[in-house]
Design a protein around this ligand. Structure first.
Ligand code: SF4
Length: 471
């Protein structure tokens, strides 16, 4: 009888069993589940120590406040087993699959099942839509994960997993250089990308650089670089880059580089921008034993540094309109969450009915999509999303009496003019400290578009939410 093992089924199957190491799919699933938990809730030791140094070296009260918040948030996330940031990202997985291993299920199927389970059971935010252009509907499973598998020699399966948030990912860049390009040309491109990323990327950021291969391969290397041990040449290249960046280095936590061969006519350079919430975890499976690496549990209790804040109430529109750029405030009162999908619905409704579906006169919108709450929480971890994506709705919203918006990053010049024209305000909240900010929320209620999940419109009562007046 013919089968996958050939004619001599009983004999061939025996040989096959002898040379292959059987890996139980449940072992891989459990490992990926744990890596999702670890990456979302535990912070990298090396980056943690860099943050501590930055806090100790901070001079301005704004910087002290920023770094102490980040460190406090790390401890809070770890202690409560809640995600460091409300954007629990798309899961990127690099698998090195030993060719002597055989598993009872396809590895992609196992990984996706594990991601779905980890995100659902732990109330992490689902952030993946079905299709980028034709069907932007949340899959509500945070899958598919982006899985890259290399078949390698041996009987081990190693898994490197990263959680990639979109605020920083949208600041990433790629450039095809001429082979004659100098090191300084590449440094300048990296510098421009870092400067353009600014506050949108929740700095201080980590930079992954991939050089070589083809366009898509360089991009892949820029992600893999976070797990790569640099050789001497790569190390020296990064050292030179740090010297070149000089003053812009304060916004950087760490720089990673991975290089490879390329075509004689090519020199592709890709940069992955990652926020301070750089989240990753790794594991190796050998003989059905799982070894986890990169876990660190020694976080200190950091006291949040006092900033120079003015107390402001949402009900006092006159006072809010009189705030000056650069002032730090602690906001108390009712605000409303709405982000991309809700704003699109506002616009569609307005075009049909000549008014907004909700009255936003003298109200404040927080561009935010929280994690689902656990039984013990009022709201899950919550923080600002990148504001510039909502720029196209600025005229509509502020012309209808909106008092202020809260988000992160810069607004377009056009939006700045609109906000000034309607005497509105724009505040920024610190990105990536979602566990900490969720403690400012005292009540939360979905008031519209519940079907949008994290993107639904929520009415929140916040107490002393720390913000900066930017416009
Ligand atoms: S820290 Fe900022 S950029 Fe990073 S995932 Fe969170 S919101 Fe996105």
């Amino acid at each position: 009888m013919f089968s996958r093992y050939g004619t001599f089924d009983f004999l061939q199957k025996g040989i096959y069993d002898y040379i292959m190491i059987k890996i139980d799919s449940t072992i891989i699933e459990k490992a990926v589940y744990n890596l999702c938990l670890q990456a979302n809730t535990c912070y990298d030791e090396c980056l943690y120590n860099i943050l501590l140094k930055k806090l100790n070296a901070a001079v301005s009260s704004d910087d002290k406040f920023k770094y102490s918040n980040i460190l406090k948030n790390i401890k809070l996330a770890f202690d409560s087993k809640r995600p460091l940031c409300q954007d629990c990202g798309q899961v990127v997985v690099f698998v090195k699959y030993g060719c002597e291993c055989i598993c009872d299920k396809p590895v992609n199927e196992i990984i996706n099942a594990a991601v779905e389970k980890a995100y659902t059971e732990n109330c992490f935010r689902m952030s993946v839509v079905k299709n980028a252009i034709f069907e932007r509907i949340n899959t509500n499973t945070n899958t598919p994960a982006l899985i890259y598998t290399d078949i390698v020699a041996g009987s081990e399966i190693s898994i490197d997993l990263m959680i990639k948030g979109a605020g920083s990912e949208n600041c990433s860049a790629l450039k095809m250089f001429k082979p004659s390009a100098q090191k300084e040309d590449i440094y300048e491109f990296i510098k421009e990308t870092i400067i353009a990323a600014g506050e949108k990327s929740c700095p201080p950021m980590t930079i992954g650089i991939g050089i070589g291969g083809t366009m898509e391969y360089a991009a892949l290397l820029s992600k893999k670089s976070f797990f790569h041990r640099q050789n001497t040449e790569e190390f020296n290249f990064v050292k030179g880059l740090r010297d070149y960046l000089k003053t812009d280095e304060s916004n950087i936590l760490d720089i990673y580089l991975m290089t490879t061969s390329t075509h004689i006519a090519c020199l592709p350079v890709a940069i992955t921008i990652n926020c301070h919430s750089t989240r990753h975890a790794s594991a190796t499976i050998l003989q059905n034993e799982v070894k986890y690496s990169s876990a660190f549990y020694g976080y200190n209790d950091i006291a949040v540094s006092d900033g120079n804040f003015k107390e402001v109430f949402c009900s006092d529109a006159q006072m809010i309109r009189s705030l000056k750029n650069g002032e730090n405030i602690l906001l108390t009162g009712e605000i409303y969450t709405a982000r991309d999908a809700a704003h699109k619905k506002f616009k569609d409704y307005f075009e049909k009915n000549g008014k907004l579906p909700l009255d936003f006169n003298n109200k404040i919108i927080f561009y935010a999509g929280p994690c689902p709450a656990t039984e013990d929480e009022i709201i899950g971890p919550v923080g600002p999303t990148t504001s510039f994506r909502m720029d196209e709705y600025c005229e509509l919203m502020y012309s209808q009496g909106l008092l202020a918006t809260i988000g992160k990053g810069e607004r377009s010049l056009h939006s700045q003019n609109i906000i000034n024209k309607y005497k509105g305000k724009y505040f920024t909240a610190q990105g990536g400290v979602a566990c900490l900010l969720s403690k400012c929320v005292k009540t939360s209620e979905i008031i519209a578009f519940g079907e949008l999940g994290t993107e639904a419109v929520r009415k929140l009562y916040v107490q002393k939410l720390p913000l900066k007046v930017v416009i």
